[in-house]
Design a protein around this ligand. Structure first.
Ligand code: UD1
Ligand code: UDP
Length: 362
């Protein structure tokens, strides 16, 4: 029996792990030990995903959250190392680019346990982003680099990482979108909480540190969304980080014209994404989901890792400086489509990850 220890902790990792954990559970000869760092801990940022998506109960819950990046990552590193020493897994699986990702990968690499990184090779080329540091370091200490796209694969080869470690498997979020998108479609009351109907609203999510912690950018974003709301409802499932920063910066009044709701479970979120006229976001995952569901997207950032969607016309990048520009681009995006592309594989990334784990970690 091969044992894989998976480290997760933040919302997007629960969604990615949901797809892969299902595949592991269906595969003979492999068992998974789930470790939840505790980075995200509210019921609607964590528990709801385990319940809705059938993710197994974590074997270890470390309850580590908050503090500075160094404090959080350091505390995780110490506790994850102890878990790995007692569980002695054959390999460690990490996802994405959060502090939980880096702590899991680094702890394993120091104990000489092979590390597999799902969503390897993404780059914004902006080293002021905490996620960029986490990605680069995780990739460089991983043994199996499981990439979602051609661009991600190329980025790793450009950094001199051996081609034999790189396996392009496609995007696990596409697997999740196909499987759980169908389940969401079978539920009828998913738009009830926000009171909107198909096609008559803009869906917005904002949480990226470079936006929340810069009052000028935060003000430009929410003044811009306020202007959009003069013409169309703007539904904002509000991330706890953003909620706290809006209050601390004295900008909470800028959300008064928006339909602010608590963070959504995945099925409710998918239903809103599918029904939105436009999606406005600074999330990585939400940019791709907009494309999966054929909805135009506006990304309020200076750059994106998912460049293929901008090139194909599904997404447009707007550095959030001018509220009038935010409004102009969002209005212009409604009703548009990009070109026909297949950048994220065929929805079988989980199967291909399992294949890569079986062959690549021998
Ligand atoms: C983290 C990831 C980011 C990812 C995002 C997904 C890092 C460096 N950042 O950002 O890459 O895109 O998750 O959502 O790992 N909070 C709560 N309840 C929760 C979770 C967070 O109140 O359940 C609040 C706390 O005040 C916390 C703050 O949000 O200090 C920020 O949380 P943190 O996990 O540090 O970063 P995120 O902004 O969520
Ligand atoms: N998501 C969700 N509820 C919300 C907001 C987002 O279920 O209220 C999902 C979203 O559909 C996507 C994932 O969370 O699958 C993206 O995570 P997030 O935006 O927190 O992080 P990022 O992808 O930017 O790292």
């Amino acid at each position: 029996m091969t044992s894989i220890l998976t480290v997760i902790g933040a919302r997007p990792q629960f969604i990615k792990a949901a797809a892969v954990s299902r595949e592991i559970a269906a595969t003979d000869g492999i068992e998974e030990i789930l470790v939840h760092t505790g980075q995200h801990y509210d019921v609607n940022m964590s528990d709801i995903f385990f319940e809705e998506m059938g993710i197994p109960e974590p074997a270890h819950h470390l309850e580590i959250s908050g503090g500075s990046h160094g404090q959080m990552t350091g505390r995780m590193l110490e506790r994850i190392e102890a878990v790995m020493q007692s569980e002695k897994p054959d390999a460690v699986l990490v996802y994405g680019d959060t502090n939980s990702t880096l702590a899991g990968a680094l702890a394993a690499a120091k104990l000489h346990i092979p590390v597999a990184h799902v969503e390897a090779g993404l780059r914004s080329f902006n080293r002021t982003m905490p996620e960029e540091i986490n990605r680069v370091l995780t990739d460089h200490c991983s043994d199996l680099l499981l990439t979602p796209t051609d661009t991600a694969t190329r980025n790793l080869l450009d950094e001199g990482l051996e081609a034999s470690r790189v396996h392009q498997v496609g995007d696990v979020m596409y697997d999740a979108a196909l499987y759980f998108g169908e389940i969401a479609a079978g539920k009828s009351d998913m738009l009830a909480r926000s009171g909107v109907s198909e096609g008559d609203f803009v869906l917005a999510t904002i949480h990226r540190q470079e936006n929340t912690d810069d009052p000028a950018r935060l003000a430009a974003i929410f003044e811009g969304l306020g202007r959009v709301a003069r013409d169309m409802s703007v539904v904002l499932p509000l991330h706890p980080r953003t909620k706290a920063r809006l209050v601390a910066s004295g900008l909470a009044h800028l959300t008064e014209a928006l339909t602010v709701v608590a963070p959504m479970g995945y099925l409710e979120m998918v239903a809103h994404e599918k029904a939105a006229a436009v999606i406005v976001t600074d999330s990585g995952g939400v940019q791709k989901e907009a494309f999966f569901y054929g909805v135009p997207c506006v990304t309020l950032r200076d750059e994106t890792e998912w460049v293929e969607l901008v090139d194909a016309g599904w997404n447009r990048l707007v550095p959030p400086r001018d509220p009038a520009e935010v409004q102009r681009v969002v209005s212009g995006a409604a009703g548009t489509k990009g070109s026909d592309i297949v950048p994220y594989g065929r929805g079988d990334a989980s199967v291909r990850i399992l294949d890569a784990l079986r062959t690549g970690l021998r």
